[in-house]
Design a protein around this ligand. Sequence first.
Ligand SMILES: [Zn+2]
Length: 371
Amino acid sequence: MPVSPALAEDLAAAVADLYEAAQGTIIERIRDALAADIDSPLWLELKAASIGDLQAAVQAVIDALQLEASGAMQQAVAEAYERGQQAAVAELGALAAGQAAAATSAVPAAAAVDRLANALIADTGPVHMRILRQTMDVYREVIAHASSAPLLGAQTRRQAAQTALDRFTARGVTGFIDRAGRSWDMRSYVEMATRSTVGRAAIEAHTDRLGAAGIELVMVSDSPEECPLCRPWEGKILSRAGAPGARTIEAEHATEDEQMVSVDIAGSLDEARAAGLLHPNCRHDVRAYLPGLTKRPPKPPGRGTYEDTQRQRYYERQIRRWKREAAGAMDEQKATAARTKVRAYQARIRDLVDETGLPRKSRREQLTAAR
Ligand SMILES: [Zn+2]
């Protein structure tokens, strides 16, 4: 079976869920801290005095998150690597020339898994600092606002607290910049980083296993809804390892003795990936290429365009945003308004799915419950 980043991308959601759940818990902690004693004339003093308590409570949530997340990342990468190897074994078993090769023993995984998982844990390390800083900033902002007008009534205080909390709930912990300079919210950033790593693990495992079976060439699929980055690589043959650059080689026919076939190689797999092929969310896959045997597979029918899939992702983000807002609401009116927004974006997704035939991904519209 060919391998694509999609083989493992579901594993990233479990990791990102941990971050979303922690964010939900933290929002509840701030909301409860602000709401406590809100009718007391001493509210401002009480809040200022309890900054340290809230900070300790938030830090405890983050510590638990960090521990759980590194375990989950390690596990996701190991599972992705295993799936990649299994895909290679299944693929080799289905190839006339590959049956014997399929029996070759598994490529040892531990070193590759550790290397990939540790890089991911290091990449997402700064996320935890940022959670603490932005969370405490929201709380301080509310107190600073209240101190500037200390005679405000409880009702006004409640409104001011709600406004600040809403702003935070709407955007979440934010400001993560990837290598391409794009800005991400926390969940999307963690999910993107994890997807990228588990996708890499599945592909590395697959091609390492092909390599162990003596297969040095792979072919890129034709995909529906292909993104512009990958279009130039569709149907191309790449070398699993080795030098970049296009070339034509004479290769032994996979099954006919002493017959040579010329093969046009578009470059190396690393080179194509550096240029964007098999990026996170990529629909393409690579499969073993056997000279003289492997044919370019037909292009599967499309379901909507790449832009349609991006529109669906946007609606999903809006649904999660308004669900968060409903959960952080300090009164029923706010909660109702937020739920109306949720339903409006759900209706837009239903229309999009009806129009294009794209599959609906209900899971991506869910907010992970806070633990
Ligand atoms: Zn792609």
